[in-house]
Ligand binder design. Structure first.
Ligand code: ZN
Length: 180
């Protein structure tokens, strides 16, 4: 809707230079000045009510009254094709790695933040790895065990993190599996 249409819809529309003046949908006073902004946007400012009518709240009220369209839901600009959960040994979700198309990877936190600063790096499938190790405790040494278990895992970032988790792990290139 144009500023003119909004002004008439809200009542007491008056032309004021290039703008309009009409009733404020929040406090009711004749002090709202809708104007047409660039690229079809609507600018609103209420000069009454001691300056207490927030422009964003006015726009929200106009949307509620269906005088303005609802904002478009945020599109998924990142084409996420797979998400991998990284959990601590107790199963709590620490961070996620998303595979995108075109193929690249991004790391993020469950709260939507696209970084993993100050988040503990853990091996992928750590709870299963820990459970697997627990299951082999008390068993014969692996060399004599008929079934040495091998589980695939990986880490979200470069091999340097492996060294912290597994002393002696390769720095460059990521091992694709470890024995448990
Ligand atoms: Zn107002």
């Amino acid at each position: 809707m144009s500023a003119r249409d909004i002004a008439y819809a809200l009542g007491a529309a008056q032309r004021e230079g290039r703008n309009w003046r009409c009733n404020c949908p929040l406090h009711g006073g004749h002090s709202l000045t809708p104007a047409d902004g660039r690229s079809g946007t609507l600018l609103v400012k209420c000069f009454g009510n001691g300056g207490n009518c927030d422009s964003n709240e006015i726009l929200a009220e106009l949307r509620r009254r269906k005088l303005l369209p609802q904002p478009e839901p945020r599109r998924n600009l990142l084409n996420i094709v797979a998400t991998y959960d990284y959990r601590d040994a107790d199963g709590a979700l620490l961070f996620q790695v998303c595979r995108l198309d075109p193929k690249t990877f991004r790391q993020g936190q469950p709260n939507g933040t696209w970084n993993i600063k100050n988040i503990s790096r853990v091996l992928y499938r750590l709870p299963e790895l820990v459970a697997g190790r627990a299951a082999t405790d008390g068993q014969p040494p692996r060399s004599t065990s008929a079934k040495a278990k091998r589980m695939s895992t990986g880490c979200a970032t470069n091999g340097a993190y492996w060294r912290r988790v597994i002393p002696g792990a390769p720095v460059n290139g990521v091992a694709s599996s470890i024995n448990i």
